[in-house]
Design a protein around this ligand. Structure first.
Ligand SMILES: Nc1ncnc2c1ncn2[C@@H]1O[C@H](COP(=O)(O)OP(=O)(O)OP(=O)(O)O)[C@@H](O)[C@H]1O
Ligand SMILES: [Mg+2]
Length: 239
């Protein structure tokens, strides 16, 4: 059996005085695209925070490519070839698009020519950004800012890409553009763990999903089951 890209084993996480995650386990194999779905407050962002080291779990284990990274700080992520597109994007509004993208490559110490090629790659994935290359990122639309956030994560050349609700607040057309880009990344072999409340969008690119509720994994669904659920279940977002 091959070593999973990501293994979360029985983690429990506390925020403030409240236990938010209860014995959460999941596995993502190399090359898979997996969703975490669940209602507001289920603990999805906290789970991503525990995986990335922002909110270390109080018990349980997290392994990336077989290495135990439990409690390892977020600064170490890039060297493990993991990148996060955080909830609400977290881009640097006063900087230009290009500067935002280059920040994603900060830990790589790559040569100029290599960075230029990687920037071109991001602009190829998101052609809508080309004409905003030198624009202030804060002046862009929400969808364009989401593209910048994903582009910045890609500049770290991740093997595992974590995205926390990239469709949030975006119009259907721009959602489709973003999910088209994620599908292309998946085809290239990038492993993706996607937090998504929109089941239809999740089903479009993910092979399977973990369902979260009240801080626990309460089930798993295949892509087809997810698509069926999207037609019958209302989880708080349309599209
Ligand atoms: N810093 C914090 N201190 C205390 N409790 C917190 C903190 N952040 C989140 N929580 C609580 O943890 C629970 C899970 O929150 P979390 O943000 O992980 O859920 P989520 O599934 O990402 O929700 P959403 O869909 O709204 O983004 C919620 O009850 C929330 O109130
Ligand atoms: Mg969240």
């Amino acid at each position: 059996m091959t070593t999973p890209m990501l293994e979360v084993e029985g983690i429990s996480t506390i925020r403030g005085r409240v236990q938010v995650l209860w014995d959460v386990s999941l596995t993502v194999q190399r090359g898979e695209t997996v969703a975490i779905v669940g209602p507001n407050g289920a603990g999805k962002t906290t789970l991503v925070g525990s995986i990335t080291g922002l909110v270390p779990p109080k018990s349980g284990r997290i392994r990336i490519n077989g290495a135990d990274v439990t409690g390892s700080p977020p600064e170490k992520l890039a060297s493990r070839r993991v990148a996060l597109v955080p909830e609400r994007r977290g881009i640097f509004a006063p900087l230009t698009v290009r500067e935002n993208l280059l920040m994603g490559a900060y830990a790589r110490r790559a040569r100029r020519a290599e960075l230029d090629a990687d920037l071109d790659d991001v602009f190829g994935l998101f052609p809508a950004l080309v004409r905003y290359r030198d624009a202030i990122a804060g002046s862009l639309s929400g969808g364009e800012q989401q593209m910048v956030a994903i582009g910045r994560a890609l500049m770290a050349k991740p093997e595992l890409l974590l995205l926390d609700e990239p469709s949030l607040g975006l119009a259907p057309k721009v959602r489709a553009e973003i999910f088209g880009a994620l599908a292309r990344l998946a085809e290239r072999g990038v492993t993706i763990l996607l937090v998504e409340q929109n089941l239809r969008l999740a089903a479009r690119i993910c092979g399977r999903a973990y369902l979260m509720q009240n801080g626990r994994i309460v089930g798993t669904e295949t892509s087809d089951e997810l698509a069926r659920s999207a037609r019958t279940v209302y989880l708080g977002s349309h599209g």
